[in-house]
Design a protein around this ligand. Structure first.
Ligand code: F6R
Length: 609
């Protein structure tokens, strides 16, 4: 939902801003712009399109400056266009400002500002902020932004510069993330860590209700009310190489093929193969909590919600506990009952998704404890939760989530085992069997990924198919939902995910030779029922692809093509069944020539509601 970047230094910052925006492009990519301060005052370049179009525009019409801000946009108010691209300027053209978020009261503010004589040039909600800063400017940009943000309702991460108070960037946060980087003779800000790694490993996070003033010599922090805030720099241990493509054509491909390592890393030092014990010492809450609760609620959006559904089946089976999985956006609108015997887990790759964050804040008022299952231990969710379950998946750049989904399932499997062990629901022998098999899962994942070429061939063969039905039962029902989501979001193909048992209650009417059913049929407790589903599709001339255990002749006889997976414990099949579905979606989208890493209309981190 928009990426923001800034640098206050002494050298030309334009190449650094462009490079940083490239790293943030996953957050939004319909238009981009930068503004810098130099001897000529304030200069801007903006384009409709991607960061590469902005780079081309700057190549044709160069600008330089040692202090500048940049933005890559995911449109909320106002269509993607050069006029609506950030940074926006005030009436005098001496202040430039960019914004990630939504100003909810922008209309009433705009009416007031128009009546006061301000001239608006865009359709965005953001433009009211720069006019408010102009209105309150009396020589200090910091004071002006402080006065402006007091009038705003909604979510915002803003940064501004002015030729009337040069050499500094002033930023404010209420909602969307802002990370500040401490360089040598330079200070940086960004929506996330990745662009900063090229310049510094020392960072701090702007809190809600805080302002930062960045100058080449350092950064000052204060509250909106003006009270100084002290922050200690944290050191980031991510290697810059972790965010390169490593020879793959797309980040998504790299991330799919990294998934076995993600499970290895998530399990590392957290399990004993001898005793079967799971240790979640880094979780931050006492195991007593597991014994004291009578219900678990999992809250998430999108792919993370599908991981939550897998978590539900794991927790129900191993921990014998009632579990609800809720869409964060829905839970917020409901009168949802929760009490001190409820344990809540928020599942979010980014840890910043606005709906999930808001739902967890509501849950904190009522529940026994709130845990964040996230890939970003420095995110808002991680910092506000009572405990954090870290995915250890490394940065995920492809907009479609893959390795973090698998990381979430691994973290939830560990959580379910630890929960069941703490409650005495799982004996030592059963624990040992499960943990040892979980440890073998990454090797089996590598084997499935080794069969990628056959999946690519199948994806190309089915390229003309316009409609897909993904069917799974029990713990692979969420994988059917996830497979359908992957296919639609990157290849723009119509796909529906259904529980196999629901097929007869409606979707079967869609089956004909134009519909391909992708059936997930591992040899588990619902195997026979899934084979019946396949037979019903076949009887109606539907085409069938299947994911089944290696050597499954019945699945092979029923399907046009089978994507084989090694045998594993039935609770762990999702780690293997999801892989062919991700690869199928990836190869279909890439064969169609689509922008796999940045699918249309999407953004990686959804920080608006
Ligand atoms: C789909 C996808 C989204 C996210 C959703 C939640 O591939 O990535 O559906 O899963 O936007 O995001 P997080 O996990 O960051 O809360």
């Amino acid at each position: 939902m928009c990426g923001i970047i800034g640098c206050a230094g002494v050298r030309d910052t334009v190449p650094g801003l462009i490079e940083g925006l490239r790293r943030l492009e996953y957050r939004g990519y319909d238009s981009a712009g930068i503004a810098v301060l130099n001897g000529d005052g304030l200069e801007r370049r903006r384009v409709k399109g991607k960061v590469r179009d902005l780079a081309e525009e700057i190549r044709r019409h160069p600008i330089t400056g040692a202090c500048g801000i940049g933005h890559t946009r995911w449109a909320t108010h106002g269509r993607p266009s050069e006029d609506n691209a950030h940074p926006h300027t005030d009436c005098s053209g001496t202040i430039a400002l960019l914004h990630n978020g939504i100003v909810e009261n922008y209309w009433s503010l705009k009416e007031k500002l128009l009546a006061e004589g301000h001239v608006f040039k865009t359709e965005t909600d953001t433009e009211v902020i720069v006019h408010l800063v102009e209105k309150h400017f009396h020589g200090s940009l910091e004071e002006a932004l402080r006065a402006a943000v007091k009038e705003l309702e909604g979510a915002f991460a803003v940064a501004c510069i002015s030729s009337r108070d040069p050499g500094k960037i002033v930023a404010a946060r209420n909602g969307p993330p802002v990370v500040v980087g401490f360089g040598s003779g330079e200070s940086f800000l960004s929506s996330d860590i990745t662009p900063l790694l090229a310049h510094t490993r020392r960072v701090a996070y702007l809190g809600d209700g805080e302002i930062a003033v960045l100058e080449p010599s350092g950064v000052r922090f204060a509250t909106f009310a003006g009270a100084p805030v002290e922050k200690t720099a944290e050191t980031i241990d991510w290697e810059p190489a972790m965010i390169e493509k490593r020879g793959f054509e797309h980040f998504m491909a790299k991330e799919i093929f990294e998934q076995a390592d993600v499970v290895r890393d998530t399990l590392k030092s957290r399990v004993s193969l001898d005793s079967g014990q799971v240790f979640l010492d880094d979780l931050g809450i006492a195991p007593d909590v597991f014994r004291e609760v009578s219900r678990v609620v999992l809250i998430a959006c999108g792919t993370s919600y599908h991981a939550g559904l897998v978590g539900k089946y794991l927790l129900e089976t191993l921990g014998h506990v009632p579990v609800d999985v809720e869409y964060a956006s829905e839970l917020r609108s409901r009168d949802f009952a929760m009490d001190r015997e409820t344990l809540v887990l928020g599942i979010s790759q980014s840890g910043e998704t606005a709906d999930t964050l808001a739902a967890l804040r509501l849950a904190r008022e009522k529940a026994r404890a709130v845990l964040a299952v996230t890939n970003n231990t420095r995110s808002s969710m991680a910092r506000e939760a009572d405990g954090v379950l870290d995915l250890h998946a490394g940065p995920e750049i492809g907009v479609a989530a893959t390795k973090t989904f698998v990381g979430q399932m691994a973290a939830l499997a560990l959580f379910a085992l630890a929960f069941a062990q703490a409650r005495g629901a799982l004996g030592e022998e059963a624990s040992r069997t499960l943990v040892q098999e979980l440890q073998r899962v990454p090797l089996k994942m590598d084997r499935v990924l080794g069969g990628a070429a056959a999946i690519e061939r199948a994806a190309r063969r089915f390229l003309d198919c316009e409609h897909y039905l993904f069917l799974g039962r029990w713990i692979n029902f969420p994988i059917a939902l996830e497979g359908a989501l992957k296919l639609k979001e990157i290849s723009y193909t119509h796909a529906e995910g259904y529980a196999g048992g629901e097929m007869k209650h409606g979707p079967i009417a869609l089956i004909d030779e134009g519909m391909t059913t992708l059936a997930i049929v591992p040899h588990d407790r619902v195997y026979e029922k899934m084979l019946s589903n396949i037979a019903e599709v076949k009887a109606r001339n539907g085409r069938i692809l299947a994911v089944a255990f290696e050597g499954d002749e019945r699945a092979r006889a029923a399907a046009e093509e089978v994507f084989p997976i090694p045998e594993t414990h039935q609770l762990f099949t999702p780690f293997l069944t999801v892989l062919p579905l991700q690869l199928f979606a990836y190869y279909a989208a890439s064969a169609k020539g689509f922008d796999v890493d940045q699918p249309r209309n999407l953004a990686k981190s959804v920080t608006v509601e």
